[in-house]
Structure formats: structure tokens, C-alpha cells
Design a protein around this ligand. Structure first.
Ligand SMILES: Cc1cc2nc3c(=O)[nH]c(=O)nc-3n(C[C@H](O)[C@H](O)[C@H](O)COP(=O)(O)O)c2cc1C
Length: 336
């Protein structure tokens, strides 16, 4: 069935196809059709970071940037949903076209640049949803906020989403916001983690609700950079890490026409790069910090590979585009 839907969707450019698919999903939900396709999968629930996940397969950030489709996406069978990346102020993102399908390689290159309606609108949208499962809010900085003020953007989004999120992700790894990845390094990362950890303690005391936060990292870090990150994650007792975001590497897509498009590459060509990062984290975090594995999960076997190599949970984005929602069930069966 999804092959037919995909055939039509792939006739359009990726951004238009995305909006078409999301609107159709909403209509299908309104007509009560999603209940017919969503299966109860037999994956065991998992407790990670003090949260109970109905299954370990989540939706990665970027697909529902403004939290407009949580209710219908949840009916596809995800164990958790991450919305965003959201920034303090609304921003349009980069000029179009900004998303490219590498159909043969089952990859996507995107350079959206955090197009989103801003944290206030996103919080409003979450409030309106009926979803009661695990919801992650992925936060970032506005494109025109200089790096030395970036912490203020994260702090503002962290405070605003604290009571409504099950967990919060600090995205410092998108390649499409100038200088963002520099926040993964040296004093910038130290300051960011220190400030947010301090704020988490304050808010925990104030509201008597502990909301874990995670750092989402890139697959393009050197071992030295990763090693530095691991030390800080342990030092500040960060709740988790998401590995990984998209890659700037084109080594797996040398034959594709679109390989020279600027942006981050995801999907099948990202699998090995992401896996390498995951293995490094597993070894160096010494089991002290949970890992969400994401990048190139296109089959049950890919998901099992992540779990076998140290991921506590997994997320998908490109796999959903190329394989449809049946991938969630396939993953649940492979992982259980
Ligand atoms: C079109 C597109 C937009 C994305 N937007 C975001 C984003 O806003 N924030 C973020 O943290 N990751 C974003 N990502 C990265 C995904 O969350 C994920 O980390 C990455 O695509 C690797 O997973 P995949 O191979 O399953 O797609 C985006 C990915 C794609 C394909």
C-alpha cells in the first residue's frame, strides 16, 4: 500500500510532498482511518531516563517542526515523538529548494535551516494536542543569534518547554545554521551544558518535576572531539545523548546527481557514520548515559544493529519516508 502512496508523493518535490503527506494524514485521522492501519505492536515497554516508553522506536526531530501533527503521527505506532527544532523567535529558514531526494541511495539532503513558528506557537500547538505519550521538544538557536549569546536562546526555549515536554533535546549539530556545530566544542559546550544543568535543577525544585535533557550530536566529529564531549556529558551528568544528526560527508553517495547540494545527508548513506559515533559513545560513556541511536535506520536489521551496539532507544526519519509506517512494526519485531 505504501508503495502506491510513495509513487505519487515522489512525483513532487520533497518539501511539497511532505506537506501533502502531513495534510493527508490529518484528514485520514479525522475520518477515523488511522485506527484501521495502526497495529498494536508487541514490543516491550522500556524505561530510560526515568521515562516509560511504550516501545523503543521514536520519530526523530525535523518531521513535525511545529508540533502540528503529534496526534496523527502517534497513531502510526511510535513509542515516542520528538518535535522541533524550535527556536525562540519564528524564522523562515533557508530559501527553497532546500530538500533533495537521493532516491536510488535512499537518502535525503536537507538545508531547511530551522524554519519554524517559534517556541510560543509550538507550546500552544502541544497544549492543543491530545497525545499522552512521551514527547520530546528539540530546541535550537535563531540563525541571527551570535554563538556567544546562543546559551540565552537555549535557556529561553528550555524554560518555556520544561513543563510540557517529557524530555528536551539541545540540538547543537544541525549543519544548516552557521556556526551551530561549533557549540559542540570546547568552552561553548562546557558553558551550555553547565547553564542548562543548573537551570534543570532550579526548575526541578520549583515544579517538583524532573525533565531530562539530551544533547544531539553530529556524525562528523573526530574521536578527539567525541572524547571531549563524553567527558563533559559524564561531568555534568547529562541525561542522554542522541547520535546522530545528518552528515556533511558525501563519501557514500559519490554517484548521485544531488551530492553537491549543500546540507545534511540522512537515510541509508548515513548508517555507517552514525554507527561509528554510536560505538565510540558506548565505549567512552561506560554505560553511564543513555543513548538514542538515529541515522540510517531503514530496516529491522538496522534498528537491531543500533540496539546491539549500545543504543537504548532508536529514532527514524528518512526510513519513514522511504519505507512507510510499517517500518515501525518491523523495528519493534526485530528489537523485542
Ligand atoms: C528533512 C529533514 C529535516 C530535519 N530537521 C531536523 C531538525 O529540525 N532538528 C534536528 O535535530 N534534526 C533534524 N533532522 C535530522 C533527523 O532528526 C535525524 O537525526 C537524521 O535525519 C538521521 O536520521 P535518518 O537517517 O533516520 O533520517 C532532519 C532530517 C531531515 C531529513
Amino acid at each position: 500500500m505504501y508503495n502506491i502512496i510513495k509513487f505519487f508523493l515522489f512525483l513532487f518535490n520533497p518539501e511539497f510532498a511532505h506537506h501533502l503527506a502531513m495534510k493527508s494524514l490529518k484528514i485520514a485521522d479525522f475520518l477515523g482511518l488511522l485506527g484501521l492501519i495502526s497495529k498494536k505492536n508487541d514490543c516491550k515497554p522500556r524505561s530510560v531516563m526515568g521515562l516509560k516508553f511504550s516501545n523503543p522506536v521514536g520519530l526523530a526531530a525535523g518531521l513535525d517542526k511545529n508540533a502540528e501533527y503529534i496526534d496523527c503521527l502517534s497513531k502510526l505506532g511510535f513509542g515516542f515523538i520528538e518535535v522541533g527544532t524550535v527556536t525562540p523567535r519564528p524564522q523562515p529558514g533557508n530559501p527553497k529548494p532546500r530538500s533533495f531526494r537521493l532516491t536510488k541511495q535512499e537518502g535525503i539532503i536537507n538545508r531547511f535551516g530551522f524554519n519554524n513558528d517559534g517556541i510560543d506557537q509550538v507550546i500552544e500547538n502541544i497544549r492543543k494536542s491530545k497525545f499522552k505519550g512521551i514527547l520530546g521538544v528539540n530546541i535550537g538557536k535563531n540563525y541571527d543569534t551570535p554563538n556567544d549569546k546562543a546559551v540565552d536562546d537555549y535557556l529561553l526555549c528550555f524554560r518555556k518547554s520544561y513543563l510540557i515536554a517529557s524530555y528536551i533535546t539541545l540540538n547543537v549539530s544541525s549543519p544548516n545554521t552557521k556556526g551551530l556545530r561549533k557549540l559542540q566544542e570546547g568552552k561553548s559546550l562546557d558553558k551550555l551544558l553547565k547553564v542548562i544543568k543548573r537551570e534543570q535543577k532550579i526548575l526541578y525544585k520549583k515544579y517538583n518535576k524532573y525533565v531530562p535533557f539530551l544533547l544531539k550530536i553530529s556524525p562528523d566529529n573526530t574521536n578527539a572531539q567525541l572524547s571531549f564531549m563524553c567527558k563533559l556529558l559524564i561531568k555534568y551528568e547529562i541525561d542522554g545523548v542522541i547520535a546522530t544528526n545528518t552528515t556533511l560527508s558525501r563519501s557514500e553517495v559519490v554517484k548521485s546527481k544531488s551530492r553537491n547540494e549543500l546540507g545534511g545527508l540522512s537515510g541509508r548513506p548515513l548508517r555507517l557514520g552514525s554507527l561509528k559515533t554510536l560505538k565510540f559513545l558506548k565505549l567512552n560513556l561506560k554505560g553511564k548515559i543513555p543513548i538514542i541511536g538515529v541515522g540510517g535506520v531503514m530496516s529491522g536489521a538496522d534498528g537491531k544493529e543500533k540496539i546491539d551496539n549500545g543504543a537504548d532507544l532508536i529514532q527514524i526519519y528518512s526510513g519513514l519516508i522511504f519505507k512507510g509506517h510499517r517500518l515501525i512494526d518491523e523495528l519493534c519485531r526485530a528489537i523485542k
